[in-house]
Design a protein around this ligand. Structure first.
Ligand SMILES: *Cc1c(COP(=O)(O)O)cnc(C)c1O
Length: 459
């Protein structure tokens, strides 16, 4: 299996190549050169086995199936629930709980796997890796939990200063591990992501510090996330639709990948908060930036949904020229327009709904009242979209991805429901330890020199 860039300007790369590189040298995102033949996944109810199967399909001989299985089992051993991603019934609704990992958000699923893929790669090839990641709140904690203290690896996290929850921040700033560098960037998540992309585009710098990436632009991460779509369909015994709280479009794109692999994934519902650029795009065909508003679901406060580029490439019949044109328009004018045939193809598999802050609060309160359950604001946005879609006539099970534990967003949950969600375990530790982070301007040069210094101390 080889990987090509959505912008068409790179030689086909190997699985380990795209694992380490994350972003293609031409600024595009990697996708398999061809999709593997569809497989029957109907008996695949185990997360470790599904994830191993998917990784082996995409890595081929680079990761034999038995080694993949060992790796995914080790990765999921850190989860608090034996099913890793249990499916829960809530009246007419299905919730897929993806928050039983060490940092209480779905990002743990892929990052626990990626950390082990990195380690395996470095063991075979030697050397070290400086992993850098931009976070809207949850990826950072998951990456730190997965990589803290690992040999020959360092992790630098860029988070938007004062735009994430305290619990989110503490998950990444309190480990005390020497190989963790936290940078609070004076800007938005989009600034953090832009800086990471600029660093990867600087090939000299990438080589100099041996930069590695784990944002959802990393193909291995998207691939790993396809596993829970597969197990959900298998558990429900057939076709299931999915409602996905969406920011960077990585998670919902993983649903598309699962469908490509042969899982009976029905419609993919893109659920967004008041930062509704994707909803507007699906409705009007125009992707247009208007600025980011902070909400109670900070992990979705995003305007540049990087993984949308992957869907664009697919829907445009894999025409890299069309993707390049769109991305050039986006950086020059802050918007691009989809061709009508491309928009039609996207609408064929995807729908979108937006939830206001009032919708989110109302639904959190209603779920507590009707089912005695607390859900987090991101999950509420997904559930809101699933219910809207059912009202609009979609039949069959709709699985809402419960992307975070309510205790990760205690202020918002308490304000909406009057109840304080309990952290499942490590609460005291999280609030006892000293935080470590530096505040820096949203300047790529400033970030680069901080990473250089950190790397010099370590390697
Ligand atoms: C990251 C995140 C999302 C958005 O996922 P994307 O892959 O960026 O679309 C939604 N909810 C939570 C809790 C998250 O951490």
């Amino acid at each position: 299996m080889r990987y090509i860039s959505t912008r068409g300007g790179t030689e086909p790369a190997t699985f380990s190549g795209v694992l380490i590189d994350a972003l293609a040298p031409d600024g595009g995102l990697y996708l398999p050169q061809t999709w593997p033949e569809a497989t029957d996944w109907s008996g695949e109810t185990s997360m470790a086995s599904a994830a191993a199967g998917v990784l082996h399909l995409f890595a081929g001989q680079e990761l034999p199936l038995d080694e993949a299985q060992e790796l995914t089992e080790a990765a999921f051993a850190s989860f608090r629930h034996p099913d890793v991603a249990p499916l829960k019934r809530l009246g007419d609704d299905h919730l897929l709980e993806l928050f039983h990992g060490p940092t209480l958000a779905f990002k743990d699923v892929a990052l626990q796997i990626i950390a082990r893929l990195f380690e395996r790669h470095l063991k075979a090839r030697g050397g070290h890796l400086n992993v850098v990641v931009a976070t809207s709140g949850d990826t950072g904690g998951a990456a730190v939990a997965a990589l803290a203290g690992r040999e020959n690896l360092s992790i630098t996290v860029l988070h938007p200063h004062e735009r994430i929850s305290k619990v989110q921040r503490r998950f990444m700033t309190t480990t005390g591990a020497g190989n963790v560098l936290n940078l609070a960037v004076e800007g938005t998540f989009d600034d953090c992501q832009r800086i990471v992309k600029e660093m990867f585009a600087d090939r000299a710098f990438t080589k100099e510090v041996r930069l590695g990436g784990v944002n959802s632009i990393n193909w291995a991460r998207v691939a790993a996330q396809a596993s829970y779509y597969i197990t959900s369909c298998a558990q429900l015994g057939g076709t299931a639709h999915f409602s996905v709280p969406t920011g960077n479009f990585g998670d919902v794109f993983a649903g598309y990948v699962a469908k490509k692999l042969g899982a009976p994934v029905g419609e993919l519902i893109v659920a967004v908060n008041e930062n509704d650029i994707l909803d507007r795009t699906l409705r009007t065909g125009i992707y247009e930036k208007r600025g980011v508003t902070p909400t109670s679901s900070p992990s979705m406060d995003i305007e540049i949904a990087s993984n949308f580029e992957r869907l664009l490439f697919e829907a445009a019949g894999r025409d890299a020229g069309e993707v390049k044109r769109a991305m050039a328009d986006l950086s020059a004018y802050g918007s691009f327009a989809l061709e009508s045939d491309v928009l039609d193809r996207i609408r064929d598999g995807f729908r979108s709904y937006k939830a206001s802050e009032a919708d989110v609060a109302e639904l959190m309160a209603e779920v507590l009242e009707s089912h005695g359950e607390l859900i987090d604001p991101h999950t509420a946005i997904g559930l809101h979209a699933a219910r809207k879609r059912r009202e609009d006539g979609l039949s069959g099970p709709i699985v809402t991805l419960a992307t975070a534990h309510p205790a990760k967003f205690p202020e918002a949950v308490q304000a909406a429901t009057g109840q304080a969600p309990q952290l499942p375990g490590s609460e005291e530790e999280l609030f006892r330890e000293e935080e470590r982070f530096d505040i820096l301007p949203a300047s790529t040069d400033a970030i680069k020199s901080a990473i250089r210094q950190h790397a010099l101390l370590l390697f």
